[in-house]
Design a protein around this ligand. Structure first.
Ligand code: NAD
Ligand code: UDX
Length: 480
């Protein structure tokens, strides 16, 4: 029986290995992590991450050919293939701080693999890493190998949270990069054989190591760039009376452009886009490519601009002050169908409103109060470390309350900000909400999910990203 071990039981390691175990009953898969609480949760009925369809996959294979363990060294020693899916956050200190990837976790995993291995192994980069990381890993492994042979492969993961299981079942492509030597090609074939259990062969792409590593950063940069492009257009739509949804549709029907990933929003979030673009910018800078670095920097600048623009719109619409006013925040996760809040735009929007002394009542169906308080008190990039390594909040933000119902959040509020596109927010009884709010009652829709006409009929003053402005808002002072 082929044995796989995956180091890192996070958002990528957990679901990816659960699907490999489901699709390859003849392979034994162990997912290991240094976090005792995370592994305990994987072994319980309350998995550590919320992801549609994940519970069922785990339940079907756990204890059969899928195991979660903290005995990292034992499982690594026994494995033929070791995936490394540890976090690769942005460096917070020292050389490259605020841009470069922090490879501390990766390096310590590589050193441990070298220490405990007693047989040849294929080591697979599953984490998103800077180009040429495989070379550094090879050096660590070969200098400590005691004669054992390691082949390094790059097999970046393209799943998106909220649709991870679907994405893993039917990936657009699986990418495997390896050395162009006979041993490198043999290793590629071994990994290809694993995926071939369920992925059609023409969807398994093979490249050299550096192309695979760079393709992952490039794919995320391209995706984020589309969102910043449509968000930049949303500002122009508001200024001119065009409707961003109509513009997106008209642009996206061009088959060369395509309709996906053109939804204007309050800004993109998530653990990957900003981190990976910063990483790309750092690599460009290190290679003397300042113009290329500046091009990608703009994608992040527009994203920050979009979040600021939203906050300014809320404040200026409400007579230029939200001081002491209750504002309901509907949705805190960075997108629907996940409880993940890493780099969610809600953090910047809430901090902006708190800066203007608003009182916030926050509701998200999947995010806990503790997580929200942590996020609102944490320094930039600290979030980027595993949850169990994040600092505890020194004290709760007093102007913030977290409630477990959208109606409760909206009660007595002056305005509602929709920051995550949860389906349940489309189906709320907005008439009921209107009746229990202060007047004039505002809705600021950062996800374009509300029925603007219907809300206006009820009596709300509505702002929806990139949509023609409410006459009320047109008369308000211009914003940044
Ligand atoms: P995560 O923080 O959820 O999980 C990483 C896990 O690795 C943590 O549980 C941590 O305890 C563990 N870990 C760290 N060092 C370890 C060590 N030495 N030994 C054992 N365990 C260790 O991170 P994630 O979201 O799963 O992301 C992992 C990687 O995958 C990152 O490089 C990320 O950029 C990339 N990625 C993430 C996504 C996503 O949607 N989250 C998608 C594609 C790629
Ligand atoms: C992303 C990539 O899509 C995935 O391939 C990669 O493996 C990890 O990073 P993820 O961050 O989980 O996945 O979610 P994604 O669906 O890409 O959304 C990222 C952010 O962009 C979210 O905040 C989402 O709300 C926002 N978004 C997405 C938009 O604002 N508009 C869109 O049209 C699409």
């Amino acid at each position: 029986m082929v044995k796989i071990c995956c180091i890192g039981a996070g958002y990528v390691g957990g679901p990816t290995m659960a699907v490999i175990a489901l699709k390859c009953p003849s392979i034994a898969v162990a997912v290991v992590d240094i976090s005792v609480s995370r592994i305990a949760a994987w072994n319980s009925d309350q998995l550590p991450i919320y992801e549609p369809g994940l519970d069922e996959v785990v339940k079907r294979r756990r204890g059969k050919n899928l195991f979660f363990s903290t005995d990292v060294e034992k499982h690594v020693a026994e494995a033929d293939i070791v995936f490394v899916s540890v976090n690769t956050p942005t460096k917070t200190q020292g050389l490259g701080a605020g841009k470069a990837a922090d490879l501390t976790y990766w390096e310590s995993a590589a050193r441990m693999i070298a220490d405990v291995s007693k047989s040849n192994k294929i080591v697979v980069e599953k984490s998103t890493v800077p180009v040429k990381t495989a070379e550094a890993i090879e050096k660590i492994l070969s200098h400590n190998s005691k004669g054992i042979k390691f082949q390094i492969l790059s097999n970046p993961e393209f799943l998106a949270e909220g649709t991870a299981i679907q994405d893993l079942f039917k990936p657009d492509r699986v990418l495997i990069g390896g050395r162009e030597t006979p041993d490198g090609q043999k290793a590629i074939q071994v990994l290809k054989d694993v995926y071939a259990h369920w992925v059609p062969e023409d969807r398994i792409l093979t490249t050299n190591l550096w192309s695979a590593e760079l393709s992952k950063l490039a794919a995320n940069a391209f995706l984020a760039q589309r969102i910043s492009s449509v968000n930049a257009m949303s500002a122009l739509c508001e200024a001119t009376g065009a409707d961003v949804s109509q513009v997106s549709h008209a642009v996206g029907t061009d088959t060369r452009i395509g309709p996906k990933f053109l939804n204007a929003s309050v800004g993109f979030g998530g653990s990957c886009f900003q981190k990976d673009i910063l990483n790309l910018i750092y690599i460009c800078d290190c290679n003397g490519l300042a113009e290329v670095a500046n091009y990608w920097k703009q994608v992040i600048k527009v994203n920050d601009y979009q979040k600021n623009r939203f906050v300014n719109r809320v404040v200026s619409s409400m007579f230029n002050t939200v001081s002491g006013k209750k504002i309901a925040i509907l949705g805190f996760a960075f997108k629907k169908d996940t409880g993940d809040t890493r780099e969610t735009p809600a953090i910047d929007v809430c901090k902006g409103l708190l800066g203007d002394k608003a009182r916030l009542s926050i509701y998200d169906p999947q995010v806990t109060e503790d997580q929200i308080q942590r996020d609102l008190t944490m320094k930039k990039f600290d979030w980027d470390h595993p949850i169990h390594l994040q600092p505890m909040s020194p004290s709760a933000v007093k102007q913030v309350s977290v409630v477990w119902d959208a109606y409760e959040a909206a009660k007595d509020s002056h305005g509602i900000c929709i920051l995550t596109e949860w389906d349940e927010f489309r189906k709320l009884d907005y008439q009921r909400i209107f009746e229990c709010m202060q007047k004039p009652a505002f809705v600021f829709d950062g996800r374009n999910i509300a029925d603007v006409e219907k809300l206006r009929e009820i009596g709300f003053i509505v702002y929806s990203i990139g949509k023609p402005l409410d006459p009320w808002l047109k008369d308000m002072p211009a914003m940044a």
